[in-house]
Write a new protein. Structure first.
Lengths: 350, 36
């Protein structure tokens, strides 16, 4: 969190994250190039460019696979949350690697003095009616344009300008980009190279991402169905002692947004589960120094009223809570953002 | 994530798995590699 504008708020965690990321990309590109060079030494400059073209293409596919796996992995197991912290930089670097792949393609035809042939592949209109023989480079270009859109708006300026809801919706286009990339490779290099590694890479990568997303969605269905409402419309959360100290239990009314009911010692408070920054899952965070801390990027809110501590100005929706016959209950009708609603548990109930 | 966002996720991924999976399977089935 910051109250002053900085292009990137660097900290040690981000620097380490980026250093590991750059090292892994350099190692992969270097390793791929050395192995490919030794297996089939290129006889000309276009041959060398072809190796780099493939190295950056494979790297971009694998990076996109990892980027799309981080979200569901973090939802399935909090141990993966550190990967989510700086996922934006991962995404931007993925676009850069994909753009270099496209540049090497351009360079390849340039060196051969054959750029019209490259252009002709995009404008071969009859080929668009075929399946095998479809101009697969068009699919790659479409995916690259989507990744450019993602990378260029991967900043809190655009997040605030567009609002978290629209920004998130826009960034879901990356799923379409991934689908385009898979078909780009399947109709492209997979049709020319006999190696089984390409179909294996596509099946394993795409299969992993699909299974992780389906699994994460299936596991969360129960919460989204919503808890049964009591006679007066309140939801039973459970005895105070069953809410982890400085943690939360997440509940929801049928058809409603999730509510995170936190306990900090003998204080109970309920906030929306949506962080004001990027709609991160607040209920999976912890109470640190009396403030609910988002597990994604560390945004903080006071438990008693959902307000970010000064000088920050974010306010969250709060909910009324009560202890009824030893059971914490929450009223799913939201209060205005920043309304004090936390309570102190009666003695002997925690 | 908002509830609507999660619902879209749940609708998108089965559709994407089916469409892209089918495309990939067909591309593999009809693969005619050039002679070595």
């Amino acid at each position: 969190m910051s109250v002053e504008y900085r292009a990137v708020q660097w900290n040690r965690a981000k620097l380490v994250y980026d250093a590991v990321l750059f090292a892994a990309v350099a190692l992969f590109i270097g390793g791929f190039t050395v192995i490919a060079w030794r297996l089939a030494p290129p006889q000309s400059l276009p041959g060398a460019l072809d190796i780099w073209l493939r190295a950056f293409g494979v790297c971009a596919f694998l990076m996109l696979t990892v980027v799309l796996s981080i979200g569901p992995l973090a939802r399935l197991n909090p141990r993966f949350l550190p990967l989510l912290y700086n996922r934006r930089h991962f995404g931007v670097l993925t676009f850069c690697v994909a753009a270099i792949h496209a540049w090497f393609l351009f360079d390849y035809y340039w060196v051969l003095n054959d750029l019209p042939k490259l252009a002709a592949q995009f404008t071969n209109w009859p080929a668009y009616g075929k399946f095998i023989g479809f101009p697969f480079k068009t699919l790659g270009l479409a995916a690259l344009l989507i990744l450019f859109l993602m990378a260029s708006t991967s900043h809190d300026f655009w997040l605030n300008f567009l609002s978290p809801r629209i920004w998130k919706a826009l960034h879901m286009a990356v799923y379409l980009a991934y689908g385009l990339v898979v078909i780009h490779v399947a109709l492209g290099i997979m049709q020319y190279e006999p190696t089984p590694l390409i179909p294996l890479m596509l099946a394993a990568g795409f299969g992993t991402v699909v299974v992780l997303h389906l699994l994460a969605g299936w596991r969360e269905r129960r919460i989204d169905r919503g808890a049964a409402l009591g006679g007066d419309g309140w939801i039973s959360v459970g005895p105070p002692g069953e809410i982890p100290d400085r943690g939360a239990r997440i509940t929801a009314a049928p058809g409603g947004e999730r509510i995170a009911v936190f306990r900090d010692g003998n204080i109970i408070g309920a906030l929306t589960n949506l962080c004001a920054h990027q709609n991160g899952p607040l209920g999976e965070g912890r109470v640190v120094d009396g403030c609910v801390t988002c597990p994604w990027h560390g945004f903080q809110y006071r438990l008693e009223d959902g307000c970010a501590p000064p000088p920050f100005t974010e306010k969250l929706v709060t909910y009324r809570v009560r202890v009824n016959r030893g059971v914490v209950e929450v009223d799913p009708r939201p209060l205005l953002p920043g309304t004090p609603a936390a309570i102190t548990c009666p003695p002997g109930t925690v | 994530m908002r509830r609507a966002h999660r619902l879209v996720h749940r609708a998108v991924w089965p559709f994407l798995a089916l469409a892209v999976g089918l495309g990939f399977a067909l591309a593999l089935f009809f693969r005619t590699l050039p002679p070595a």
